[in-house]
Design a protein around this ligand. Structure first.
Ligand code: HDE
Length: 705
């Protein structure tokens, strides 16, 4: 299905330019004709293969203005990458309001049910540089720009609801510690190194977030299968000026899903662009990902009675305590036309709010409001980045700001100041009734640098997170700590982290200590406040308990050879299609395979470029004649051994056994391995795949470990 809307941001920009290009268009292409190559100034180019030289073998001439312009522009193509969240991927879409929220907020976007507003979303990793791999263990940025009728509103969030630090003043330290170490310039895009864990071990407030980044939330299967969170507490203000506190949640309709760590490691090699390709492919195929916007709304009385400070961004409010109210949906239905113009140049800012939305005194949010304009100035080179199509409001805007680098549209008219006494040419005027009003919160206090006591409990919610996980997810958390700390060279840092884990949960500390082979268990870290053990489990914190109810949007890899049973392939294709899942053929050679009925089936991947980590489930369908040859291929053995170890569902034909023998899984086949003896057995297999993974296999493979 083709995307509904054809007009795209960049295309619109060039359309706006069209009138200027009209008239005297001697080298404008008629529709369907190839346009003439020109310089930036519009002069047609006769030869783009050779620079201008004095003689055939002579020196290049300085006067070659086309060459000079071309090289000059190329030399300046790069802009500074984002200091954090450098690696990202964006898409366009829309937000649709379900019903009016006028009792809670005067924000225009929430007044009319069914109203659609344009949206742009950029997903990102935090620590890695622009060219790093998608499957780094990291927080994912989930930044949403909503082009509302009363201005742009950015919800610049993450895929985790808490953050490492409580006060923005520690942000440069956190990021320095997490990114590559300054002397050697590595490791990039990973926190498994001394500086990061040294910092963490000295920052007890980071321990709740440590639990989240060591969980499978940090290795999502797809941007489409993760939640988004505004993290801070914000305010919504209604027309009467009443304030309600709010936390923002994006709930993926596709359900939650992550990969396992061994898979992430291999994915980074097999396809470093795995996440961006996944989003691109899904949108281009018309399988538009969708999230619902959920609000946790609460008042001062709740804030006062809640066990933690609602201004502390290292804490959540469990959904079980303040249920989520679903108020609209976000659909991504259009890929960018140009990565640089849109994804790279988009400028998010927590300060971009609209009337009816306001801030709280969360010190992290306050610091962010200060920071984002600086980064835009540095990256985009001047104060006029709002003139770029992706950043410009879609509603009318009028102000007296002018000039600066790359001013595209200075305000017209004579008056460029206010107040002025020009009547008609006087320009825009403020509007006290309709304009943004800050909530008139009472303020008092002495000027000081300190943290409130209400921010001092650093472990209780980390414990709550841990006990809310399924046994397999708890294992993964312990494994992740063990992996990361095993890359840390200084033993005292490893021990310091375990001393914090003791304050979170003894089982976790025990597992990590054993995994690291600590000679002795350290003493628990000194805690500003004792860990509360009365916090209840919150099942919403688990990924496994919040998966999809279908296999829609997931992908099956069929490993096939010449002579593959066409009935089995067709059966799987049909069952997958009925479910909304995709199928890709993996073959010994990219040209494809000749099926049992003589039909030619094209391959999507050659076996050594298409390992099973690229798929959610696999089918192994060699023919009798090719079974032995396939079993001799190391890549084919890895394909099945990995699929098995990563707990994937495996469909197979009887001729897969030689390969299973060689891969060492023949004697281990379990209820997640299904022999397809007839084409219609495929439907049962796809239904089974709705569980995504057979986790009990992991427990079995590990044995008592
Ligand atoms: Fe950001 N953050 N941040 N951040 N952040 C940036 O702005 C900053 C924080 C987040 O796709 C920068 O344009 C400070 C929390 C996302 O373009 C910069 C602090 C959360 C993105 C910046 C924080 C985020 C950024 C770098 C501590 C989750 C990517 C490039 C107070 C709620 C947006 C840029 C995109 C980007 C500063 C903490 C999310 C430097 C000072 C908490 C999703 O301005």
């Amino acid at each position: 299905m083709a995307p509904e809307r054809e007009t795209t941001t960049t295309a619109r920009y060039f359309d706006q330019q069209a009138p200027r290009r009209a008239g005297g268009e001697t080298h404008q292409a008629a529709e369907g004709e190839t346009p003439v190559l020109t310089t930036q100034q519009g002069a047609p180019v006769s030869d783009d293969q050779n620079s201008l030289k004095a003689g055939l073998r002579g020196p290049t001439l300085l006067e070659d203005q086309h060459f000079r312009e071309k090289i000059f522009h190329f030399d300046h193509e790069r802009i500074p990458e984002r200091v954090v969240h450098a690696r990202g991927f964006g898409a366009h879409g829309f937000f649709e309001t379900y019903k009016s929220l006028s009792d809670i907020t005067s924000a225009d976007i929430f007044q009319r049910p069914g109203e659609k507003s344009e949206a742009f979303v950029r997903f990102s990793t935090v620590a890695g540089n622009k060219g790093s791999s998608d499957l780094a263990r990291d927080v994912r940025g989930f930044a949403v720009k909503l082009y509302t009728k009363e201005g742009n509103w950015d919800i610049v969030g993450n895929n985790m609801p808490v953050f490492f630090i409580q006060d923005a003043i520690k942000f440069p330290d956190l990021i320095h510690a997490a990114k590559q170490e300054p002397d050697r310039g590595f490791p990039q895009a990973q926190t498994a190194h001394d500086n990061f864990w040294d910092f963490m071990s000295l920052m007890p407030e980071a321990m709740h977030m440590a639990m989240w980044i060591m969980s499978d939330r940090a290795i999502p299967r797809s941007f489409r299968f993760m939640e988004g969170f505004g993290v801070h507490t914000f305010r919504m203000i209604n027309a009467e000026g009443r304030s309600t506190f709010v936390k923002f949640h994006w709930k993926p309709k596709q359900g939650l899903q992550s990969v396992v760590w061994n898979e992430a490691l291999k994915l980074n090699g097999a396809d470093p662009d795995f996440h961006r390709r996944d989003l691109w492919d899904a949108i281009r195929a018309g399988d538009y990902p969708e999230w619902e916007l959920g609000l946790q709304l609460f008042d001062e009385a709740f804030a006062d009675s809640f066990g933690f400070d609602i201004l502390d961004a290292t804490k959540i409010i469990p959904e079980e305590e303040v249920p989520i109210r679903i108020v609209g949906r976000l659909v991504l239905d259009r890929c960018v036309d140009n990565f640089f113009a849109e994804t790279e140049q988009v400028a998010f800012h927590t300060g971009n709010v609209v009337p009816g939305i306001d801030f709280t005194n969360d010190p992290l949010l306050q610091g962010r409001n200060f920071s984002y304009l600086d980064t835009q100035l540095k990256r985009l080179g001047g104060p006029n980045f709002t003139h770029l199509p992706v950043n410009a409001p879609r509603c009318p805007f009028h102000h007296f700001q002018q000039d600066g680098h790359m001013a595209f549209h200075n305000p017209p008219g004579r008056a460029n100041y206010e107040p002025n006494s020009w009547s008609e040419a006087g320009g825009p005027r403020e509007t006290p009734e309709q304009g943004f009003q800050s909530y008139p919160e009472e303020m008092e206090g002495t000027k000081r640098r300190a943290r409130p006591d209400s921010f001092a409990d650093h472990y209780s919610q980390g414990r709550q997170f841990y006990i809310s996980q399924t046994p397999i997810e708890r294992r993964h958390i312990a494994d992740a700590f063990t992996f990361e700390l095993s890359k840390v060279e200084r033993p005292e840092i490893r021990a310091r982290i375990v001393s914090h884990l003791l304050n979170i949960h003894e089982e976790l500390a025990e597992r990590v200590s054993q995994g690291l082979r600590l000679e002795e268990m350290p003493k628990p870290a000194e805690a500003a406040k004792p860990t509360r053990t009365d916090l209840k489990e919150s099942p919403k914190l688990s990924i496994a308990l919040n998966g999809p109810d279908s296999f829609k949007g997931r992908k099956i890899g069929i490993l096939a050879t010449d002579g593959v049973d066409i009935g089995l392939v067709d059966g799987l294709q049909e069952a997958a299609k009925a479910e909304g899942a995709l199928v890709e053929i993996v073959a010994p050679m990219i040209g494809g395979v000749k099926a049992s009925d003589g039909a030619w089936i094209e391959a999507g991947q050659k076996i050594d470029g298409g390992p099973s980590v690229l798929y959610d489930a696999v089918a192994i369908l060699p023919s009798a004649e090719e079974a032995e040859a396939l079993a001799r291929q190391p890549a084919a053995r890895d394909f099945v051994a990995d699929a098995f170890a990563h707990c994937k569902f495996i469909a197979y034909s009887a001729h897969a056994m030689p390969l299973f023998e060689k891969a060492g899984i023949a004697a281990e086949l379990d209820s997640g391995c299904v022999e397809l003896d007839r084409g219609d057995a495929a439907r049962g297999f796809i239904e089974m795949c709705r569980d995504l993974r057979l986790w009990e296999r992991e427990a079995r493979i590990r044995g008592a470990a």
